[in-house]
Design a protein around this ligand. Structure first.
Ligand code: ADP
Ligand code: 5GP
Length: 203
């Protein structure tokens, strides 16, 4: 099972790209995080997030139930250990949408995880996208833009970087990364061995 970590400053197009990836590439499972923030708009408990109270979240932290967790925009977010087992059992690779702090924690626990950073082509375009989404108040947009600069400075910790200019091209690149990682030589050895065995009489 491959663990794909995807991070991006808010408004960069990560949710749109992750949704397209899950639609286009088979055998991927989205990791449903725990959060203490309230559901937004169309979000459905158990599908987008598991919504819990701060008390419930902190008790789970104490019990060591999270693979990683972080505070983002004043709320707690965490990846429950059971997400890895569930993906493994279903024979799928796991896609995590987590922030830069969580990505660093997970990469140190699972060094072979593949990390992908998505960013908008400029601050101005990021601002336009945050406004186009028209989900956030002015002060929230200002804070997200401020935080974006800090997050982008962490880009060098990631294996891949996608500048999300053209949506179709970015979606294609993201799918290509997943497909290429699946055929890395180290991950192909079990499949190659039986093929090699069919050639044994040649040696
Ligand atoms: P995030 O999940 O990173 O916060 P979203 O996926 O919600 O970002 O995207 C923010 C807004 O930008 C949405 O309105 C989305 O439709 C739009 N968007 C995403 N990618 C592009 C792109 N390449 N070009 C133009 N608009 C985009
Ligand atoms: P939102 O509230 O907009 O859904 O998410 C805010 C931020 O929290 C995003 O950057 C998202 O990637 C991050 N996030 C979501 N789930 C997790 C998680 O389980 N762990 C960490 N560290 N960050 C998360």
């Amino acid at each position: 099972m491959i663990v794909f970590i995807i991070s991006a400053p808010s408004g960069s197009g990560k949710s749109t790209l992750v949704a397209r990836l899950l639609d286009e590439v088979p055998s991927l499972r989205f990791s449903i995080s725990f959060t203490t923030r309230a559901p937004r708009g169309q979000e459905c408990p158990g599908e987008t997030y598991q919504y819990v109270t701060r008390q419930e979240f902190l008790s789970a932290v104490e019990r060591g139930e999270f693979l990683e967790w972080a505070e983002v925009f004043g709320n707690f977010y965490g990846t429950h250990r059971s997400e890895l087992d569930r993906a493994r059992q279903s024979g799928c690779d796991l896609v995590l949408d987590i922030d830069v702090q969580g990505a660093a924690q997970l990469k140190s626990r699972i060094p072979e995880a593949v990390s992908i950073f998505i960013l908008a082509p400029s601050r101005q375009i990021l601002e336009q996208r945050l406004r186009a989404r028209s989900e956030d108040a002015e002060e929230v947009i200002a804070r997200r833009l401020h935080d974006a600069a800090r997050e982008i400075r962490n880009y060098s910790a990631y294996d891949y970087v996608i500048v999300n200019n053209d949506l179709d091209k970015s979606a294609e690149t993201l799918a290509a990364i997943v497909r290429a990682e699946r055929v890395r030589r180290a991950r192909m050895e079990e499949q190659v061995r039986p093929i090699l065995e069919t050639f044994t009489e040649e040696f």
